[in-house]
Write a protein that binds this ligand. Structure first.
Ligand SMILES: Cc1cc2nc3c(=O)[nH]c(=O)nc-3n(C[C@H](O)[C@H](O)[C@H](O)COP(=O)(O)O)c2cc1C
Length: 347
């Protein structure tokens, strides 16, 4: 199944695993890339030295293309302390055990850490970088000078057009069904609109969990898929067994678009913490300040399987996830499922 995207990335199958903070670490990336898709490291979770070690680990275990996800909004890259320094102060007041627990968000709360991530990426030059929230043209030009292909995650046509203008090589359109930070337009409406609006390849994201989703995405004009939630329920994903099991057992209506953990709309499992914030939505701090308000809850979902209050990003596609599987098998079954659909439809 060749598309402009598989050709651009040099991969066998048009299946990309999402760069999920915490969940997508080296094991998952290597498994997906070795299966012929493209794994993406959730780079945002790592302080610069740890990011370097993780990228080196991936390089030592696969020769296939892989990606690193970075978040480069001004609020995280500027030297202006006013937006995030209050968060850092709260961080410094935390007990040492809580700080250890929160190591996955420390890079978002530490001045200079995101710049450090950028330097590591320039040194290590992974084959692909995926940008979320912002697409700084200078950074993209630096990537291209190093031979790095750049994609951008977008939830609207306006954002996608801007990203292309800024120089990205392909777009990932993420519908509101998706887990994690997401917009308000559904995948079914977003993808054909994006395909019409930009001339670079588009991958579809949001609610895609199997061959049916891949076939549908290709029919909408996408040239690949970017899949998050399905890979939470994989052997190689980082995360507590209770979180993975919740994905396997959950219904689409169990997820909610909430600002309760980060300050930006994030699709996650509805629980006591998100319900409490539904009533006082006006008091939510802006990104990344709300991370400090949510405190250790940002990690207790992944680490302790705290279903009542812990953050557990997940998309509406959980409805069709029934089993925890090896990530490589998820890729190959998605491919065979889509191929079977196209065979059936052409008969
Ligand atoms: C647990 C989790 C963590 C995520 N973390 C990130 C992240 O760090 N950066 C990012 O760009 N997107 C992140 N996302 C969004 C994914 O990149 C992707 O767009 C989304 O999962 C696709 O929809 P799906 O979950 O329905 O497959 C995350 C999603 C999940 C479920």
């Amino acid at each position: 199944m060749k598309t402009r995207l598989t050709e651009l990335l040099g991969i066998e199958h048009p299946v990309l695993s999402a760069g999920m903070a915490r969940v997508s670490q080296a094991d998952l990336v290597v498994a997906v890339s070795n299966a012929g898709g493209m794994g993406c490291l959730g780079g945002v979770s790592f302080l610069p030295d740890a990011l370097r070690a993780e990228i080196k680990d991936i390089k030592s275990r696969t020769e296939k293309p892989f990606a690193v996800n970075l978040l480069l909004p001004d609020v995280l890259t500027s030297d202006d302390d006013s937006s995030w320094e209050p968060v850092r102060e709260l961080w410094e007041q935390l007990a040492p055990s809580d700080r250890t627990k929160l190591k996955g968000v420390e890079a978002l709360l530490t001045k200079g850490a995101v710049q450090g991530q950028v330097e590591v990426v320039m040194d290590e030059a992974p084959p692909v970088v995926i940008l979320t929230f912002a697409t700084p043209p200078e950074f993209i030009a630096q990537c291209h000078a190093k031979g790095i292909t750049v994609g951008a995650l977008c939830g609207s046509i306006g954002r996608a057009r801007q990203a292309v203008e800024n120089g990205v090589d392909f777009i990932i359109g993420q519908g509101t069904e998706g887990g994690g930070h997401t917009g308000h337009v559904g995948t079914m409406a977003l993808i054909p609109g994006l395909v019409d609006a930009v001339d670079v390849p588009v991958a579809a994201a949001g609610g895609i969990t199997d061959g049916r989703g891949l076939a549908a995405a290709l029919s909408l004009g996408a040239e690949g898929v970017w899949v998050g939630t399905r890979f939470i329920a994989s052997d190689e994903a980082y995360g507590h067994a209770a979180f993975k099991q919740r994905v396997v057992e959950g219904q689409s209506k169990d997820t909610v678009l909430t600002r309760a953990y980060t300050g930006k709309p994030l699709r996650a499992f509805r629980n006591e913490w998100t319900s409490q914030w539904e009533e006082k939505a006006g008091e939510v701090a802006s990104f990344p300040g709300q991370y400090a308000v949510a405190g250790t809850l940002v990690e207790t979902g992944y680490q302790d399987g705290d279903l009542a209050t812990g953050m557990m990003p997940a998309g509406q596609g959980i409805q069709t996830v029934h089993e925890i599987l090896p990530a490589g098998r998820i890729v190959t079954e998605m491919m065979s499922g889509a191929e079977e659909i196209f065979r059936r439809l052409s008969r």
